[in-house]
Write a protein that binds this ligand. Structure first.
Ligand code: MLT
Length: 312
């Protein structure tokens, strides 16, 4: 009888609001992607997806919260590449990256931009690198904690120029951007979902993007490879996860709603304005996200071990 009751309940899923945990502060790039997609998915599901920001420890606190939530389809996680890098960066996590979650689907890929406070004199990326080297140990770089995309890009930058910067961690690059705008911090590598408006407004300076090609919204902004950092490419992919054991009927409804959201003209145009690359619907399947996470954990492991930057 219990399985019949459970089955019936799942047939009507969702019957109430769904919580989407965003593992970084409100107002940051992950939050931006989540609110845009959740609003569209809510229409299809007929229930509100409410965003809850749970920041800290580079996104791993929020991920842990979802891993230990009831697997009933009413709590999901929207997280990015940090889900893969944290598996290596953190020697102990409150969850098992590849076994604590069920998969809903990939959402979008977001390029990053290397940006600074607007008072930075350097004229180009080479000039910025010269400035950093000439002011060793005095130049500050903001990130959203070990495991954040901004941490990963900052780590790649320090490795590429063989010069350390002084890290200033935040619970998200929303708050970090406030300090960059105020000139309290010098450099940041952040997703275009958070930097585009500020670059267009001239309130911060941009030196390069981390995409393979230049972005349509910034035709004059060179890629990091063009600007002198060979191989310096990173795309911040995002996925939606559910706690392991979530009923398949719920996962399938969430995945179908995600696929519809990725075709929603408002979502498509908003993502384009922000320089992101929505995943083709095919990626919004559970299998595509599972494969992506597994390959990305394996890909970043040696790179992170080479950089030797771990969370304590
Ligand atoms: C990151 O660096 O991972 C993002 O900035 C996190 C965020 O969305 O704030």
């Amino acid at each position: 009888v219990a399985s019949l009751v459970a089955g019936a309940a799942q047939a009507d899923y969702p019957e109430r609001n769904i919580t989407m945990i965003v593992p970084f502060s409100a107002g940051g790039p992950t939050d931006t992607v989540a609110r845009l997609v959740a609003e569209s998915m809510s229409k299809d599901l007929g229930q509100q997806i409410l965003i809850e920001n749970v920041g800290g420890a580079g996104g791993t606190l929020g991920a842990g919260r979802v891993a230990s939530s009831k697997a009933d389809g009413y709590t999901v996680l929207l997280h990015h590449i940090g889900m893969a890098t944290s598996a290596t960066l953190y020697r102990k996590l409150a969850y098992d990256t590849l076994n604590s979650f069920d998969y809903v689907g990939l959402v979008t890929e977001v390029p990053m931009a290397i940006v600074t406070r607007k008072t930075m004199e350097a004229k180009d990326l080479k000039g910025l690198i010269d400035y950093v080297k000439a002011n060793k140990d005095k130049v500050t770089v903001a990130n959203a904690g070990i495991g954040a995309a901004s941490h990963l890009c900052g780590m790649m930058f320090m490795s590429a120029i063989e010069t350390p910067l002084v890290t200033v961690p935040y619970k998200g690059t929303g708050p970090a951007m406030t300090d960059l705008l105020g000139g309290q911090v010098d450099v940041m590598c952040d997703q275009t979902t958070n930097t585009t408006k500020q670059i267009q407004g001239g309130t911060i300076k941009a030196y390069a993007v981390t995409s393979p090609q230049r972005l349509a919204i910034f035709p004059d902004l060179p890629t990091a490879v063009e600007a002198g950092l060979p191989g310096f490419e990173v795309g911040i992919w995002h996925g939606i996860y559910a706690p392991k054991g979530t009923p398949e009927a719920a996962v399938n409804k969430l995945s179908a709603a995600l696929q519809k959201a990725l075709k929603d003209p408002n979502v498509v145009s908003r993502f384009a304005e922000l320089g992101t690359l929505p995943s083709p619907e095919a990626d919004a399947t559970p299998a595509a996200l599972k494969a992506k996470l597994e390959t990305e954990v394996a890909r970043w492991k040696p790179i992170i071990q080479g950089a030797g930057q771990y969370a304590d």
